[in-house]
Design a protein around this ligand. Structure first.
Ligand code: S3P
Length: 171
């Protein structure tokens, strides 16, 4: 399938929403290149995300994330999976809204926790109660995801190919 435009398709949503796996599936179905913002950022910096947080804190990470996002959204014909916090900065939200088609992948806290609880690569979830942390981040970010979204897709416990098939006709 190909779209009648080459605008970037950009996935936003919480950690564990499935942005990377669903993004890969969408890119394959559309014959597009897939980019993952976290991977782009790591490639630019030459270190993993937890190391950036350790050395520069969240503030330093967000600056680097914004620069990587600006470079990625300028590309055409791609599917881009963003990091969960890419919507936090007002300037990033403006860049997202004016660059492409934004799909918010929405999932509830139980699902987000189930999908992230075994992964040690998310510094923001290195807390005594990561489930409560996810709940609080979701409350804070939900309006921001909604603000930028052209489409909102409930991923629930749906298998990835089903989510991809749901999104394709909406693009
Ligand atoms: C973050 C999400 C992560 C990564 C970083 C911060 C966040 O990406 O960018 O750990 O603030 O929600 P994923 O959403 O791909 O896990």
């Amino acid at each position: 399938m190909s779209l009648p435009h080459d605008l970037p398709i950009i996935l936003v949503g919480m950690m564990g929403a499935g942005k990377t796996t669903i993004g890969r599936g969408l890119a394959r179905a559309l014959g597009r290149e897939f980019l993952d913002l976290d991977h782009e950022l790591e490639a630019r910096c030459g270190v993993r995300i937890p190391t950036i947080f350790e050395i520069e804190g969240e503030t330093g990470f967000r600056k680097r994330e914004s620069a990587a996002l600006a470079a990625c959204v300028a590309r055409r014909g791609i599917v881009l999976a963003t990091g969960g916090g890419a919507v936090l900065a007002e300037a990033n939200r403006q860049a997202l809204k004016t660059s492409g088609i934004i799909v918010y992948l929405r999932a509830n806290v139980d699902e987000l926790y189930r999908r992230t609880c075994r992964d040690r690569n998310r510094p923001l979830l290195a807390t005594p109660n990561p489930r409560a942390t996810l709940a609080s981040l979701l409350t804070q970010r939900e309006p921001l995801y909604q603000e930028v979204a052209d489409l909102i897709v409930e991923t629930g416990a749906m298998p990835v190919p089903t989510v991809v098939k749901t999104i394709l006709p909406l693009l």
